[in-house]
Design a protein around this ligand. Structure first.
Ligand SMILES: Cc1cc2nc3c(=O)[nH]c(=O)nc-3n(C[C@H](O)[C@H](O)[C@H](O)COP(=O)(O)OP(=O)(O)OC[C@H]3O[C@@H](n4cnc5c(N)ncnc54)[C@H](O)[C@@H]3O)c2cc1C
Length: 456
């Protein structure tokens, strides 16, 4: 139960605090602190419930609502947009043949979107489609009937809230719902279970007009700093001297919309897990410290960056890889390298390299040869993602969207980028709505009907 505050009484008490001193302040605080309860009567009924408001979740909820189904989307933080907003992951990456993604790009300004505003565009999409948005609601447990999920409970400032739905889409990135409901999942690479590192991405301002930008390891190798040194050799030398953290072997910069502004992707911490609270705490603190070390390095060694300063730090650390559910089908590296096509595709022509940031050292793991020569991401051919990768094993009433769908560690490193996750979400929301419209389970949905909606 929430404590009701009498505003006039509160103001009166606050006004009296100066005279009443510390005792008065304590009285005022007692008045304004709500009673945190463990349960509330707040409950919602919907047809399609989407958990997680990242690129996959917002796309899923928008399409589900556009197809006429009552849709509610829950997000644990105060903004929509997932990693791109909370962790300042920028720009949007990945190619895909998706009219929905194109429509989003047209509205938000393409891959170089404005992270200060994009979340409101996502909210507009949802509200114009008729979906209900609930922010500050953290999904914690499922409501089960046999092996069917029929709702979830979420923690809020009002205590636990209950949401019941006919179909639930887990777009939490970490497969939080699937994991608590008992869907089998994998985490990390097959050899040792290690995941891609977490990172703090941040923005700097004060970059000179003539500065070079270097967005990948290949570019770092090719970019000359002076007659004898490349961006990469300067970085690796600083790493060896201890001027940069030992996990930072590449400093990627992306020119942001405004003059003199750049996004920096460099910090990383290995062998920690984004689903473990102590690991998350350590990663937050260490990577934020790394960020300032990286800035000091840039000011000293990268021409054009001498006068930079940190202008935006993210609200939370970026988590690249956690749980990958086991679905009816698993997407594999070979499917991507060969550009496999599926009759039951809900995503078509996805394109992004197999981009594994080294789980055990610095740089990118693929083709890692020596400390001096960092990795090269393996190229893929445009590939499809079938509906069977978003339908989990063992539990009914649940679909999964975004980076936690069913795929191997290597396949995940490609489809995890935001444009592809958005396309997955668009597909999953459509599958959910068509399933309800036709009164069938998602596994029995008419995929041709879904494709007609998605691709025409
Ligand atoms: C450091 C870093 C750099 C990257 N670089 C790029 C890049 O340059 N370009 C690119 O396109 N991609 C990049 N990526 C990948 C990309 O950002 C993510 O993989 C992508 O955002 C995944 O989308 P998603 O919707 O599946 O999950 P997310 O973006 O993680 O969104 C999940 C949402 O669910 C919410 N949520 C989680 N748990 C709960 C819960 N229990 N209850 C309620 N809500 C919950 C979260 O708050 C979040 O809003 C990068 C990732 C990282 C970490």
């Amino acid at each position: 139960m929430t404590l009701k505050i009498n505003r006039r009484r509160l103001l009166g008490t606050l006004a009296g605090t100066t005279a009443a001193g510390v005792l008065g302040v304590a009285t005022a605080q007692e008045q304004i602190l709500p009673t945190v309860s463990t349960s509330s009567n707040l409950s919602f009924e919907t047809e399609i419930l989407v958990c997680g408001g990242g690129p996959a979740g917002f796309a899923a909820a928008t399409n589900a609502a556009r197809l006429g189904r009552k849709t509610l989307i829950l997000e644990r933080y105060g903004r929509l947009g997932g990693m791109g907003i909370h962790a300042r992951v920028w720009p949007l990456m990945g190619g895909v043949n998706s009219p929905f993604v194109k429509e989003v790009h047209d509205r938000i300004g393409g891959n170089g979107f404005d992270p200060e505003r994009a979340d409101l565009h996502y909210a507009d999409f949802l509200q114009q489609a008729g979906a209900t948005i609930l922010l500050h609601a953290w999904v914690t447990e499922p409501i089960l009937e046999g092996n069917r999920i029929v709702g979830v409970k979420a923690i809020s400032k009002e205590g636990t809230i209950t949401i019941r739905a006919k179909l639930i889409i887990d777009a939490t990135g970490d497969a939080d719902v699937a994991a608590v409901v008992g869907v089998p999942y994998d985490m990390g690479r097959e050899s040792d279970g290690l995941v891609q590192p977490m990172s703090i991405m941040f923005a700097v301002e004060g970059v000179a007009d003539n500065a070079q930008y270097c967005g990948s390891e290949e570019a770092a190798r090719a970019t000359k700093i002076n007659a004898t040194e490349s961006w990469e050799t300067v970085t690796v030398a600083a790493q060896k001297r201890g001027e940069l953290p030992e996990t930072v072997g590449v400093v990627r910069t992306y020119k942001m919309g405004r003059r003199g502004k750049a996004c920096v992707n460099a910090t990383q911490i290995n062998c920690l897990f984004g689903t473990n609270i102590e690991d998350l705490t350590k990663a937050e603190l260490e990577c934020r410290r790394q960020a300032f070390q990286v800035v000091d390095f840039m000011k000293k060694h990268l021409p054009g960056y001498e006068n930079i300063y940190v202008s935006h730090m993210p609200a939370v650390i970026g988590v690249r890889e956690t749980r990958r559910i086991r679905g009816l089908e698993q997407l594999k590296r070979e499917d991507l390298i060969s550009g496999r096509k599926w009759d039951n595709a809900i995503v078509r022509e996805a394109r992004f390299s197999i981009d594994i940031h080294n789980p055990a050292g610095s740089g990118q793991a693929e083709n890692q040869t020596t400390a001096e020569v960092q990795g090269t991401a393996a190229k893929v051919k445009p590939y499809d993602i079938p509906v069977t990768c978003v339908i989990p094993q063992k539990v009914d009433g649940l679909l999964v969207a975004g980076r936690c769908i069913s795929g191997t560690h290597e396949a995940h490193s490609s489809y995890r980028v935001q444009n592809i996750c958005m396309a997955i979400g668009a597909g999953v929301g459509t599958v959910a709505a068509v399933a309800l419209n036709d009164n069938v389970a998602p596994v029995d949905v008419d995929v041709k009907k879904v494709q007609n909606i998605l691709f025409t």
